[in-house]
Design a protein around this ligand. Structure first.
Ligand code: PMP
Length: 420
């Protein structure tokens, strides 16, 4: 039956389909870190819906909250009307996440995708500053809609739109210019120099760890300098925490380790905790320049997603236990991946923070053969980086040690075979 259904998929779905090509199977059920295919295979999931399933598939503790909510006929969709779910979510997020970190933000629920929230953040920065230019970074990724893509430092994605996009300037990411050149200093200088041709920006938009760009990890001091440049230029400092937020780096926000105070924070992916679409922009009060109705959308803050988001925060973020466990599992992953790299004479690089890791194979063919082989052996991992040369590891933060170890074992076998 599976081959017939795959044929139907090929005939019916647009040529743009991608994951169904990388992982040629029909996935019917999923629980925790395991996905089940229709023909009875168990696949360990180190992809986690591209960072959307930090608490695993069908987390039964979060599911209970969703089921109760549905059972009670509470409001699921109400545009952005007031509901108990929305107010309770904001109050819980405020007390459990923000107040403990001395952060104060207003909430803007945007359309349900990461790109929708990035668009809102860019619009708001332009509105607040009256400026146009957005500074972002080479290999950065912010989404596929036109504005978000214009700010993504990947020419291939931008070209695919067939539209000349402008309004963004790309700066080299952390260390790109070499160890002796501080890219934040460089940025400061070009902004101060009127003849540089770079317009004073409305915002500087950054990922603290570039996800799609290849798990490129920015350092604490560099991030602090970039924030300082934004502040001194009168630009909003925006952290895109779509992929690295919600615990991925071992802290709820990826910027906590560097004590940053972004003007806007963009969250999506794992925010709902269950794979339900939910995105928001956190806005410092002084920059909440929106007038009522200036940025709307049919799907904003879906109540079911807010209920699951609340359950996730309640279950995992009331104290430090979960974050510590994430860091512990992350250290195990790092050691394990570094051991693999060392075995191969260190011709590969391991990068990451928390539980986000990249294994840079340097060559796309090796990375492709490894991920293909891994899938045949029962592990789902994807590739990232400018030429897809990096194998990306984003296991669920709730994964048990045995499954994590098993997945890493499969990866190592697949890499060894790819190198034969
Ligand atoms: N920002 C970052 C850092 C991302 O990783 C992504 C998605 N990979 C996006 C924005 C866009 O999110 P979405 O695909 O939900 O539009």
């Amino acid at each position: 039956n599976t081959p017939r259904k795959m044929q139907a998929l090929d005939a019916l779905e647009s040529n743009v389909r991608s994951y169904s090509r990388s992982f040629p199977a029909i996935f019917s059920r999923a629980r925790g870190s395991i996905m089940l295919t229709e023909d009875g295979r168990n696949v360990v999931d180190f992809l986690s819906g591209a960072g959307t399933l930090n608490y695993g598939h069908n987390n039964h503790r979060i599911k209970a909250a969703i089921a109760d909510y549905l059972e009670s006929d509470a409001v699921v969709h109400g545009l952005d009307m007031a509901t108990p779910a929305k107010i309770d979510f904001m109050e819980l997020f405020n007390s459990v996440i923000l107040a403990k970190r001395n952060l104060e933000y207003r909430f803007q629920f945007t359309g349900p995708t990461g790109a929708n929230a990035i668009e809102a953040a860019i619009k708001l920065a332009r509105k607040v500053t009256g400026r146009q230019n957005i500074i972002s970074f080479t290999n950065g990724y912010h989404g596929m809609s036109l504005g978000a893509m214009a700010a993504s430092g990947n020419r291939a994605y931008r070209t695919a739109s067939g539209v000349a996009l402008s309004g963004a300037t790309f700066m080299p990411y952390d260390g790109y210019l070499g160890p002796d050149v501080d890219t934040a200093d460089y940025l400061q200088k070009v902004l101060a120099d009127e003849s540089s041709g770079i317009d004073c920006p409305a915002a500087i938009l950054v990922e603290t760890v570039q996800g799609e760009g290849g798990i490129n990890v920015a350092g604490r001091e560099w991030l602090q300098s970039v924030q300082a440049v934004a502040n001194s230029a009168g630009a909003l400092f925006i952290v895109d925490d779509v992929q690295m937020g919600c615990g991925r780096t071992g802290h709820f926000f990826s910027f906590e380790f560097a004590n940053l105070s972004p003007d806007l924070v963009v969250l999506s992916k794992s925010l709902s905790g269950y794979g339900l679409p939910l995105s928001m922009v956190l806005i410092k009060k002084e920059f909440d320049a929106w007038q009522p109705g200036e940025h709307t959308g049919t799907f904003r803050g879906n109540n079911l997603a807010l209920v699951s988001a609340m359950a996730a925060i309640d279950l995992y973020w009331r104290d430090e236990t979960f974050a510590q466990e994430v860091l512990r599992l992350g250290e195990f992953m790092r050691r394990r991946l570094e051991t693999v790299a060392v075995k191969h004479g260190n011709s590969f690089a391991v990068r990451g923070r928390g539980m986000a890791f990249g294994f840079d194979c340097q060559m796309p063919e090796i990375a492709a053969a490894t991920t293909r082989g891994a899938f045949e052996k029962g592990l789902m991992v994807e590739r990232c980086g400018p030429v897809d040369q990096v194998v990306k590891f984003l296991p669920a933060l709730t994964i048990d040690f045995e499954t994590l170890d098993h997945g890493l074992e499969i990866f190592e076998q697949a890499l060894n075979e790819a190198l034969k």
